[in-house]
Design a protein around this ligand. Structure first.
Ligand code: 26Q
Length: 789
């Protein structure tokens, strides 16, 4: 391996060992690893082809994959070999591995779920492609300027992305705009704008390197790179205008995790990657089979939310306009290929596009949508409309064009049936199914938590990594003193490592024996970071009032980004930083309470924080968080959850046992009722002197003396439009936190509860989730040989 690295350094990167930077070493090592992936990868592709296997196509606007190098190393079983080789070359292995930039091609849960699914599909040996966009700029980088969020562009591609293979031969022309002509019965779309989608392939090899799938990301290029005529005239700007226009499409990830309504570029991005993916899979099918009517036997297309919902009309367009099928047959055939995953109930997050915009960008698709609508109304009179109030409703479109629709946790699926799609569910009572989310144990335990991983492997051997339910055997160790001590030791070493990193990056010293209480996720009102902060201030007050009490020391850790246009979320960030500054400077609570908010939360930071957490904050307003997946990562790594009955929290609590979970707050149906009570938030505030005091302090500028009015907006919101019931759940949350304090004092008991969490989380492996999709939705099996390990 050492020689291979030197060879790559020299012949692929053109560098001499003496002149090589950390980045050069990292790339050389990565290229060596990539070589080793290629054989399995190509072999898997060949096997899928000769077996004419059904392929799964996972269409997602986002793949939040993070760094790849450690995954690649451990999936190939090369951990020791890679470290030895690098050290023999006199280089710092950890520095090299940490040099890789995060591929942040996603906002949060939905994008990370797609990445976990790719890992599980490969591990299970299910032939699959992930299709998405190769954004030049991923999610923005976050910094804090005087406590406020500032954004700057992310630039992961400023260095070469070593894992990918550019496929200049894989090109599809994507049209926009123009008009539709008719010749006899046949329609032809004449776009007035074209871009080329070029594929870039990243191999995704599963655990132990037995099967490899492809993540194919599309980049937009101009049809004609350069207008020579304009150049010769001396008009240099015009000469490259078409290039600039085309490239805009794959330039940047929208940083919003709810809908940015009506943005033309967003619609173009959605159509761009969906159309390229559909054309790509159609070409593959026609080459391999040749019978367009056999498409559903070979193709399962999963739509990750409505973002690729234009796949329905696009598939119908190709079947009717290019292959000559009748409209009704085309719709039925398309539906048998398509399935749709819903990730949200928030009304503002359901995608709608103005018909006018649609007509301008995708005129033929709008016609087809009208036909889909007409067919649906003819068969099911009074069915909810796809076209409504001058908008194209993407949720209804996706539902009607899918043979299965799934929610992402039991509670969420139940609410999908009762709320957003109640009427469609009545008409199609077997279409909605549940597939509770999962996480890949390779990254979220084996990779990120070596201390715990080694302890588990010592006990169980290493087959748990691809069969996570085996962790249940650890339950027998809950009263085993020496095992519990080893489990505690693993957690403590992770906390020490995190403390060192926090001290370097934030300049705050932490006590590794304090309770590490962590809330990391996008900043959203419904996720209630604000409630966590109010509780922190209340605790600070009480510690100052009663300094002699035996307080459980706490470290409150926050992480997360706010959408740049989400004013309230940004105010919450500012308030957290303001409170942190005051509390961390207070000698009265020194050693007892610390607040840290390391900037630029991303996948890599999650991998540091989660293994070091004692308490996991999953405190969304009940009924609002579709599932959550961070909640699973924490519990798997031995943190206890403080949480509401929301999303997958419900199922986590069922698995780990109610005695090992800190439950509080209103239930989803109580939330609905409470909202109808006039003045509910003022009533809740009045009933809680503790909360009143905190709100008063913030209002008076206790934490922002240089700008005492800074947080008036937030406080006013809590009094008058507390849509997410922060005030109503506050007391219950505060009391439950104090219960957690007491339990934490008995560290052995806490560790035993934490162990019960780790041992009970096997079901939340994304391997189980993917097996559910394969069985209930895709009818896709793993080829025997790949599964037989
Ligand atoms: C849509 C249109 C225009 C601009 C942006 C968007 C957009 C982008 C991202 C809308 C939504 C998202 C992301 C949603 C998301 O991450 N949802 C989360 O999905 C997780 C995986 O199922 C769940 O665990 C979380 O509960 C859910 O919030």
């Amino acid at each position: 391996m050492k020689n291979d690295i030197l060879k790559r350094l020299r012949y692929s990167l053109g560098k001499d060992a003496g002149a090589a930077s950390v980045q050069d070493w990292r790339m050389a090592l990565s290229l060596v690893l990539r070589d080793q992936l290629v054989d399995v990868w190509l072999d898997s592709a060949r096997r899928a082809e000769v077996n004419a296997s059904k392929r799964v196509y996972y269409l997602s606007m986002e793949f939040l994959i993070g760094r790849l190098i450690e995954d690649m190393i451990s999936n190939l079983g090369l951990d020791a070999a890679a470290r030895d080789a690098v050290e023999a070359l006199g280089q710092d292995y950890d520095m090299i591995v940490h040099d890789e930039p995060d591929a942040a091609l996603g906002n949060g849960g939905l994008g990370r779920l797609a990445a976990c699914f790719m890992d599980s599909l490969a591990t299970l040996g299910i032939p699959a492609f992930g299709y998405g966009i190769r954004y030049e700029h991923g999610l923005f980088e976050q910094s804090f300027v005087d406590g406020a969020q500032a954004e700057s562009p992310e630039t992961w591609l400023s260095q070469r992305h070593v894992w990918e293979f550019e496929r200049p031969e894989v090109q599809h022309r994507i049209g926009f705009g123009g008009h539709v002509s008719r010749d006899g019965g046949r329609a032809t779309w004449h776009p007035d704008n074209m871009v080329v989608a070029t594929g870039y392939d990243t191999p995704v090899v599963g655990w132990q390197g037995e099967w490899g799938n492809t993540l194919r990301l599309w980049s937009a290029k101009p049809v004609n790179p350069f207008d020579l005529e304009s150049f010769n005239r001396g008009d240099y700007l015009a000469a490259s205008r078409s290039e600039a226009l085309a490239r805009t499409i794959s330039r940047v990830l929208y940083p919003d995790d709810t809908t940015e309504n009506g943005k033309e570029l967003r619609l173009k991005q959605e159509y761009f990657f969906t159309a390229a993916s559909i054309m790509d899979l159609m070409c593959r099918h026609m080459e391999e089979d040749g019978d367009i009517r056999a498409l559903p036997e070979h193709v399962a297309i999963q739509l990750n939310d409505t973002h690729p919902a234009i796949a329905g009309p696009e598939l119908v367009r190709l079947l009717v306009d290019d292959h000559g099928l009748a409209m009704a047959e085309a719709i039925t055939l398309a539906r048998r290929c398509l399935a749709y995953t819903n990730h949200t109930l928030l009304p503002e997050a359901l995608e709608r596009w103005p018909e006018g915009l649609f007509a301008r960008v995708l005129p033929r698709h709008l016609e087809i949508i009208r036909e889909i609508e007409a067919a649906q109304q003819a068969e099911f009179p009074g069915s909810p409309h796809i076209l409504e109030h001058g908008d194209v409703c993407m949720g209804e479109l996706a539902f009607v064009m899918a043979h299965k629709v799934n929610g992402v946790s039991a509670l969420h699926t139940d609410l999908v049936k009762k709320t957003v799609f109640a009427e469609l569910h009545r008409i199609h009572p077997t279409r909605i199914v549940n597939q509770t989310n999962g996480i890949t144990p390779r990254r979220w335990l084996h990779g990120c938590n070596p201390a715990l991983r080694d302890l588990i492997t010592q006990q169980l051997g290493d087959t748990w990594v691809s069969d996570l339910e085996q962790l249940a055997a650890l339950k027998a160790k809950r009263s085993d003193t020496s095992f519990i001590q080893a489990f505690q030791q693993a957690k403590r070493s992770n906390k020490v490592a995190l403390s060192n990193w926090i001290s370097e990056t934030c300049g705050v010293a932490l006590d590794p024996d304090a309770m590490f209480d962590v809330q990391i996720k996008r900043i959203h009102e419904y996720k209630r970071q604000l409630m966590n902060l109010l509780e922190t201030v209340a605790l600070w007050n009480e510690m100052r009032d009663d300094p002699d009490r035996d307080w459980t020391p706490r470290v409150k850790i926050f992480g997360g980004k706010a959408a740049p246009g989400y004013v309230l979320a940004k105010q919450i960030i500012h308030l957290i930083n303001d409170v942190a500054r005051v509390v961390n400077a207070d000698p009265a609570t020194k050693g007892r309470l610390r607040i840290v908010f390391p900037p630029n939360y991303n996948v890599t930071m999650a991998e540091r924080l989660i293994p070091a957490a004692d308490l996991s904050e999953q405190i969304s307003t009940a009924g609002k968080e579709a599932s959550g997946t961070g909640n699973m990562k924490f519990a798997l790594n031995g943190a206890l959850t403080i949480g509401t009955l929301d999303g997958a929290n419900v199922e986590i609590r069922d698995h780990v046992g109610s005695e090992n979970f800190f439950l509080f707050g209103l239930t989803a149906s109580e939330v609905v009722d409470r909202r109808h009570q006039h003045g509910f938030s003022r009533a809740a505030i009045e009933a809680s002197p503790r909360l009143q005091r905190v709100l008063g302090q913030i209002f008076e500028g206790r934490f922002s003396p240089e700008d005492p009015h800074r947080h008036h907006g937030l406080i006013g919101m809590l009094y008058d439009h507390d849509h997410f019931l922060v005030t109503c759940d506050f007391d219950s949350y505060y009391d439950t936190q104090r219960r957690a304090d007491v339990v934490f004092q008995n560290s052995r008991n806490w560790a035993s509860m934490a162990l019960m969490n780790t041992a009970s989380m096997g079901w939340f492996s994304s391997d189980r989730t993917i097996q559910g999709y394969a069985r209930d939705i895709w009818q896709a099996d793993a080829p025997r040989s790949a599964l037989e390990r």
